[in-house]
Write a new protein. Structure first.
Length: 412
């Protein structure tokens, strides 16, 4: 079965689709799948995601959440500014290491008492949510909250990966719970002050701090253990480093796994100024896609390329760069390192199986495209073509201004 969403060998239907959208919109589309330094220049040059995959496919899948990673314009400016304030207020620096250790230890204790327990993708997602929940709300999650968060993350990842429509109930259960939690938290006054834009305010927590990490961390741990499992020498070295609590080496393993198996299949920018990229003169307005899931790069697994100060052309790949780079980079890096160190030192090797039960997201997709999935994808992709046609028409009619996607709720 061919896939419209992810990279495949040979003929790339996805690239053809991106180009067709560009043609209908009356804009040039460029895809880059090598040269990390040129890609970094593109990412740093613009703070606009443009009118591509993020706007047409990711934003509707995220609704009612406004995903900071995906929206543009006024909405992005507000979310980005407010998220930075919230991030500074969370005091995560003092909490991240002890909470990560505590939650991995709790899970390891469960594994010791239950011979059937496996640390699979579901458990990594739950672990991630439990750590971040306690950082936000300063108390542990209940099992009922844990279930609602996990179910929601599954449904959102299904819709974002264009595998099917998410359950409206799972989304709304999560949305109501998040609202209630914030109403009785230290953020209650801010929530009240933002009552006129409640969904936007809730999004500050929902996407970057809850749903996305649940998805990304299971993607990343799945990749990490793929590399550790296939190289006994690397695994032994990692185990020793974990026992010595060499968190930096753990982080370097995670960064190298992200480089080779990035949880974001594609990054994109609309150029807001002319730019020379690897001998190509690209004009403002060009939509550039960086195809991380088919990136041509060195394939040897070498965590040492991430040692501080080492020359490494891939440095900006894991978290992007420029104004739209990952705002949670420090938190994510520390949490990954602590999580990996604790998992390696607390779990028996045969119980660590994060690629099991992984379902759909990032690179380690389940690969199970059914006819129903394909029909769903065709519907979504034909909607994007229709939107592109509208954008192209609006652009022609409004020669002066930047055409918008109808009355777009995601760009403000
Ligand atoms: C290890 C897991 C993570 C990875 C690999 C990751 C990676 C990324 C990437 C690649 C982007 C887009 C960059 C671009 O377009 O150039 C991004 C955006 C973002 N990330 Fe992360 N991220 C992770 C975890 C987190 C966490 C835990 C947080 C919150 C604490 C976070 C907050 C954000 C925000 C707010 C943005 C949007 C930035 C913007 O568009 O202004 N990320 N992340």
């Amino acid at each position: 079965m061919f896939s419209l969403r992810y990279a495949q060998d040979g003929f790339s239907l996805r690239s053809q689709f991106m180009r067709l959208c560009g043609q209908l919109q009356g804009r040039k589309v460029v895809t880059l799948n090598s040269n990390p330094e040129a890609c970094a220049r593109v990412l740093a040059s613009s703070n606009s995601k443009g009118q591509g995959i993020e706007l047409m496919l990711a934003c509707p899948a995220w609704a009612p959440v406004f995903s900071i990673e995906s929206v543009d314009g006024d909405k992005w400016e507000w979310l980005s500014k407010e998220f930075s304030k919230l991030y500074a207020r969370l005091d995560w620096q003092t909490k991240i290491a002890p909470l990560t250790r505590k939650h991995v230890s709790c899970m390891a204790e469960i594994a010791r008492n239950d011979q059937g327990f496996v640390l699979d993708a579901e458990q990594i997602s739950r672990l991630t949510a439990n750590i971040l929940f306690e950082i936000i709300f300063s108390r542990p999650m209940t099992r009922a909250e844990d279930d609602i968060f996990y179910q929601a993350s599954l449904e959102w990842r299904k819709e974002i990966a264009i595998k099917g429509k998410a359950s409206a109930k799972a989304k709304s259960d999560f949305w109501s719970l998040l609202g209630e939690l914030l109403e009785s938290s230290v953020f209650a006054d801010d929530l009240k002050a933002n009552a006129h834009q409640r969904n936007l305010y809730l999004s500050l927590f929902a996407q970057p701090l809850i749903i996305s990490p649940q998805i990304n961390f299971s993607d990343i741990m799945s990749a990490v253990f793929k590399y550790l499992d296939q190289d006994p020498k690397l695994r032994a070295k990692a185990l020793n480093a974990a026992r010595d609590r060499d968190v930096e080496y753990m982080q370097n393993i995670c960064m190298e796994s992200i480089r080779l198996n990035h949880p974001f299949p594609v990054l994109e920018r609309e150029l807001t100024r002319d730019l020379k990229v690897a001998d190509q003169e690209l004009s403002a307005g060009t939509q550039v896609y960086i195809m991380l899931d088919e990136f041509k790069q060195e394939q040897d697994f070498n965590p040492d390329r991430w040692v501080k100060g080492a020359k490494n052309p891939y440095r900006t790949m894991p978290f992007g760069t420029g104004q739209r780079m990952c705002l949670g980079k420090q938190l994510a890096t520390e949490m990954m390192g602590e999580m990996l160190a604790s998992i390696l030192s607390e779990f028996l090797a045969e119980r660590i199986r994060p690629s099991e039960n992984h379902l759909y997201s990032g690179r380690d997709n389940d690969g199970k495209d059914s006819m129903a999935t394909l029909l769903y994808q065709l519907k979504i992709f034909s909607g994007a073509l229709k939107d592109s046609l509208s954008i192209g028409r609006a652009k022609k009619a409004d020669a002066k201004g930047r055409a918008k996607l109808g009355n777009c709720p995601f760009t403000g």
